[in-house]
Every structure is written in structure tokens, then in C-alpha cells.
Design a protein around this ligand. Sequence first.
Ligand code: ATP
Length: 434
Amino acid sequence: MAGKETNNIMDKLVSLSKRRGFIFQSSEIYGGINSCYDYGPLGIEMKKNIKELWWKAMVYERDDIEGVDASILMHPRVWEASGHVEGFTDPLVDCKKCKNRFRSDLLEDTSKCPRCGGELTEPRNFNLMFKTFMGPVEEDAAVVYLRPETAQGIYVNFHNVREAARKKLPFGIAQIGKAFRNEITPGNFTFRTREFEQMEMQFFVHPSEDEKWFDYWMEERLKWYQRLGIRKEKLSFHEHGPDELAHYAKKAFDIQYEFPFGWQEIEGIHNRTDFDLNRHQEYSKKDLRYFDDVKKERFIPYIIETSIGCDRTLLTTLVDAYEEEAERVVLHLVPAVAPIKAAVFPLVKRDGMPEMGHKIADDLRGTYRIFYDEAGSVGRRYRRQDEAGTPFCITIDSDSLQHNDVTVRDRDTMNQVRIGTDQLKSYLAEKLSV
Ligand code: ATP
């Protein structure tokens, strides 16, 4: 797709996000802060829905995965053991002329600046971890890091969780939480930011079974995107070549999505081997081996990791759902992801219609997120809900009061059906359960 058109779609999505209340720029009244975003009333609902869908698939529907919520600040030795202090770097180059900075591994041509054609410096390693100090004294001994991934909070709790939940291998630990990376070139809206939320699951297996479980998780994770309603043809796997593999990985596949700005990673599936637990055992001097009491064998498990960004997933679902039609812009979000499940509109603000509308809305609240709106033309109210991705609009007209029924309009087909108010709940339950 041409660059101009690409920007156009992303620009439209940024403006729709602000207009409808999905995503705002952080600290906007101060001019914003680069690459930080706030989720508005619709965005927060959508984020919650995405996390719930992930947690359901990874924890509730299985008996071999448990959850944790580890703290963001961890003992600084964690990041020495994990290799992040030494190796969590990206190659940074500066343009000598326009002073812009770039990640040289993401440049197509490393011989000149992509903005002004100026000369670039030699690449130097830039550590992506945010550093701060714990306590009142800013000294080396007080340095702590904002975690750049949630995974380490899982590894250090391996035995805590195993013992408390009485787990035997293979089993996994799941976590949703914030991560921070001082990215050199954030951008493409919320695609790459410096503060983001990850949904990670670490699956502990016997070393002889790593390949089997790697293949299993690749398949499972790809299937999950159907629940989000992402079009299959927009997803693909990309295997990391030897020069792309992270320091801990034996094998890695990305799940990629075709964004307007190209195919990009949305999730990583990694075989981290016994690297992390070995290193934590070495640095903490605690025995992190697992004891198989049937085979009488003691060993460090291998770890298969699935790591996905919640913000990036939300952006993916917005991009995938966005459509411009002749007379409207519509987000074809699946009901499970849509922030509002139904909107209730009295046709006019009189003749008992608002009262009936409120009654219907109140009755549905508690089961669904419902939006009530009585202002302006009904056509305009429909358009607003189309842009918000609301699957159904329920309208009360003068006949409704006589016959105790309403019209339900389907967002995607724009077809309207008349339904008795006593049937409304079961009608919505069936339609929204898909
Ligand atoms: P890249 O090489 O593009 O910087 P990565 O391979 O280091 O990314 P991972 O460490 O595998 O990324 O992170 C797992 C997931 O976390 C990614 O697939 C993405 O969804 C999310 N993620 C990583 N970095 C960011 C970021 N800066 N902003 C938003 N999401 C991110």
C-alpha cells in the first residue's frame, strides 16, 4: 500500500479513537508526551474485554495454568541474571546533520539518514530499561528498573506457584501487567510505545518435550485470534533467523498481522530453554530444579513462552475492524470485544418513549454495557454507534408503547427487526454470545 494511503488510514483511526473515546494522547493539555497514551471510556472497556478473552483461554479453560500478579519493581539482581542489564539493547545511530535517532536494525539503508540523507554515526548499544532509584538517595546501590517484560516476575515465582498450587510439570504461569521499554523509535500510534501492557504465559516442561509444546502453543495462540474476530488472511507466522534470536532463545516464531504500515509482530512464541531458571539459580544461589517424584529425576525445566502486547492487540482489532462505507464509518468488532454491546434510543424525547427507553436500558444493565442516548436525529445516533463498534441499537417508537416491542438494528447489515420487549434479553443473549 502506498505510504500516503497508509498514513491516511492510521490518521483516521487516531482521530476516530479520540472522537469516540477509545484512545487519547497522554497529558494532551500540555501538548502531549511522546508515545504515551490514555484509554478513554470505550478504550478501557475494549482493553478489559481483550484481557478477559486472553485470561479465559489461558487460565479459566485449562487446569494446567495458574495466574500471578508480580510487582513492577524487582530486585536489581533479577535483571543482571536475566541478561537485560548487559544485553537488552538496540543499536542506536544518530544523524550528524538533522540529529534524529534511529534503530539501525530497522533501517533499510544504513548508509544514510532516512529523513534528510545525512551521514549516520556508527551504531552503539543503547539499553532499553528505564532506571530509577528506590528510597531517598540517588546512588548506585539504590538503582531499580521498571520491568521491561513481565516474564521475570513469573520465573522468580516458579517454586512459589508450583508449591502453593501443587502443580506438576508440564504447567504454566500467566500474567497480565505493565512493561516499560525506552524505545529509540516509538511510533505508529500505540503499536510501539514506551509503556505498555503485556499478557505473558510461561509454560514449564521437561527438556525432552520442548519441541512438542512449542508446536502446541503456536497452534493454540494462532487459534485465539479467531475469538478476537481478526481476519485469518491478515495473520502469519514469521520464524526468527539466527541473527534475530534473542539471547535466551533456541527457537522463536512471531505471529504477525498485516497493518497498513506492513507485516508486523503482534505476539512472540519463544523456546527460552533452561536459560532463565539456570541464571536465576546461579545468581540467587537457590535450587530452582524441579523434582519428578515418579522418575526420581531432578532438573531445570525448559520454558515455552507466549508473549503478546495488550495495547498492540487492541490496535490490531481496531485496524482489522475499521471500514469506510459510502455513508458511514463502521467498526466490525465481534461482540466479545465491542466496548458497548447495545445502545438504547427513544425515537423522540416525549410521549413516554424516554421512560420506556430508560426502563429497557436499566433492565439490560448488569448483564451488558449499555449506552442510552436520546439527543439528535436517530440516523446520527446510529452512525455514532457504528463508529464505536456497538453491535446492536434498540429503538423505541410510538408503536413500541402500544405493542410493547422495539426495533433492533444490526450494525453490520443495518437490518432492523421488531422484537417484543419480553424477548429482548434472550434475543441479545443469543446474538451476543457468538
Ligand atoms: P521488537 O523487536 O519489535 O522491539 P520484541 O521482539 O522485543 O519487539 P517481545 O519482547 O517479543 O518484542 O515482546 C512481546 C510482545 O510485547 C510483542 O509481540 C508486542 O505485542 C509487545 N510489545 C513489545 N514491545 C512493545 C512496545 N514497545 N510497545 C507495545 N507493545 C510492545
